[in-house]
Design a protein around this ligand. Structure first.
Ligand code: NAD
Length: 307
């Protein structure tokens, strides 16, 4: 329901991504009613007249023109849909729910079907672009679901992203997102291999990155994560745990569709190795630590030796 002619969004999940998306919605003139199970996540939000911290989940959903979730994984979205005071319990028929998390495409289709029986339209609208894309409002948003729902959600998408594409029926957004993650994962692996080889042969890795970015090996990953990989900066951005979750979803989907993905299977095992060494909370770029182990290279020693 609009308040004083302002559109109202109920927003659930304000972690690394959601906190920026909420600010962009507020700055675009929408009222955002925000809920997160972690109070610190709510307290970390910027102060803005259009941002209202909800006292509970139903408080965030109440009277909203759209409900948006930005949650870690499939069970969290199911909890917000079916849990106490959640979407099924609170939203009236005719409501619009958009899940922008990366979750199972199969579960997405089941949820969309069940909600449609209650007159609630669900879209899946996962994103790409990372925290920087979320902060700058330049996310790529891939949307599955019905065209009418897409049109209703479009003003909200425009506040958060730049490339906004309706890619098909329920679940299609998640399929495209998983293809995105497959490419990202294999690309990170390729960069790790190139850096491990370059390092072992003693070349200046920053110089190598610069020249590669001007040629056909250039990529988003090399551009945004290359320097962190070279310097050994494992600090979190997109966490290894979340990327592993995405690769697991890719592999599950591939099994169901009977499509062999040998390169993705290999990369997934590198992520299992990283998690087994307690590195799940590191940023995605920290897959280089697996290569440090594989090449038995101590980073400090090799930097000295390669100079
Ligand atoms: P995050 O873990 O930083 O944030 C998720 C938030 O959801 C947390 O604050 C958590 O407390 C909250 N939460 C969990 N369960 C909840 C519940 N039941 N009710 C209310 N709040 C709940 O995750 P993130 O990095 O912001 O990612 C969110 C989603 O976006 C994931 O599916 C991820 O795969 C996807 N994604 C992340 C990135 C990235 O670079 N971080 C990029 C693209 C897509």
């Amino acid at each position: 329901m609009t308040t004083h002619n302002k559109l109202v969004a109920g927003f659930v999940g304000v972690g690394v991504m959601g906190r920026h998306m909420v600010r962009n919605l507020a700055e675009a003139g929408m009222v955002v009613q925000v809920f997160d199970v972690v109070p610190e996540a709510l307290e970390a939000l910027p102060r803005h007249d259009n941002i209202r911290l909800a006292k509970s989940l139903p408080d965030a959903l109440s009277g909203a023109d759209i409900v948006i979730t930005m949650l870690p994984d499939t069970p969290h979205v199911e909890a917000v849909v079916f849990g106490e005071g959640g979407i099924v319990a609170t939203l009236p028929s005719g409501s619009l729910f958009v899940d922008m998390s990366t979750i199972s495409g199969h579960t997405t289709r089941v949820l969309a079907e069940k909600l449609s029986e209650r007159g609630i339209t669900m879209l899946d609208a996962p994103v790409s672009g990372g925290p920087v894309g979320a902060e700058n409002g330049t996310l790529s948003i891939m949307v599955g679901g019905d065209a009418d729902g897409f049109a209703r959600a479009h003003p909200f998408f425009k506040a958060m992203g730049e490339t906004i594409t309706h890619v098909g029926a329920a679940g299609a957004g998640q399929t495209v997102k998983l293809c995105n993650q497959l490419i990202c994962g294999i690309n990170i692996q390729a960069i790790c291999e190139a850096l491990a080889l370059g390092r072992a042969c003693g070349v200046d890795l920053e110089q190598m990155r610069d020249v590669l970015l001007g040629g056909s090996a250039a990529s988003w990953m090399l551009d945004r994560l290359g320097s962190q990989m070279i310097s050994g900066d494992a600090s979190a951005g997109f966490r290894i745990d979340l990327m592993f979750k995405d690769l697991r979803l890719v592999m599950e989907t591939a099994m169901q569709a009977n499509v062999p993905l040998p390169a993705t299977a290999l990369v997934t095992s590198q992520y299992i190795d990283a998690r087994a060494h307690g590195e799940g909370g590191n940023g995605n770029q920290a897959l280089f630590k697996v290569y440090d182990r594989m090449t038995a290279q101590d980073r400090e020693r090799s930097h000295g030796a390669g100079a």
